[in-house]
Write a protein that binds this ligand. Structure first.
Ligand SMILES: [Zn+2]
Length: 130
């Protein structure tokens, strides 16, 4: 799928990558650019309404150490346990980081892995906490 980018709204840096918040076709996206690998990845997509409703949203970059800490409090995910996994991974991140869920969004520097099936998951993947 291709989107035409209309506006660069924000950008910031983490130790391993550069992030861009862009607007394209009525949606907003967070793009991650890894300079070492010269690789672009799509981190998150929002529709306009969702982002406007949360104008005070705070982006937190989750580094590899925090990802590992969050994995420790997870048993399974929606792939290996569709019935038991009912909590989005970002709710686990709220707990691990002590952040206010209503104003916080997360950017994962490296994908988290399910401790049970080893699949990658992202902020909105459903998980079962330990
Ligand atoms: Zn799993």
């Amino acid at each position: 799928m291709y989107y035409r980018i209309y506006a660069l709204e924000d950008q910031w840096y983490s130790p391993s990558a550069q992030y861009f918040k862009v607007r394209a076709d009525g949606k907003r996206f967070i793009l991650r650019y890894d300079q070492a690998d010269d690789e672009w990845t799509l981190q998150s997509a929002y529709d306009g309404a969702e982002l406007f409703a949360r104008s005070s949203v705070r982006m937190i970059t989750i580094d590899a150490a925090l990802v590992r800490a969050a994995e420790k409090v997870i048993e399974t995910c929606e792939h290996c346990n569709p019935e038991g996994a009912v909590i989005p991974f970002d709710a686990v991140l709220d707990r691990v980081t002590g952040s206010d869920p209503s104003v916080t969004d997360y950017i994962l520097e490296s994908p988290a892995k399910c401790p049970n099936c080893r699949r990658d998951f992202l902020e909105k993947t459903l998980v079962e906490p330990a």
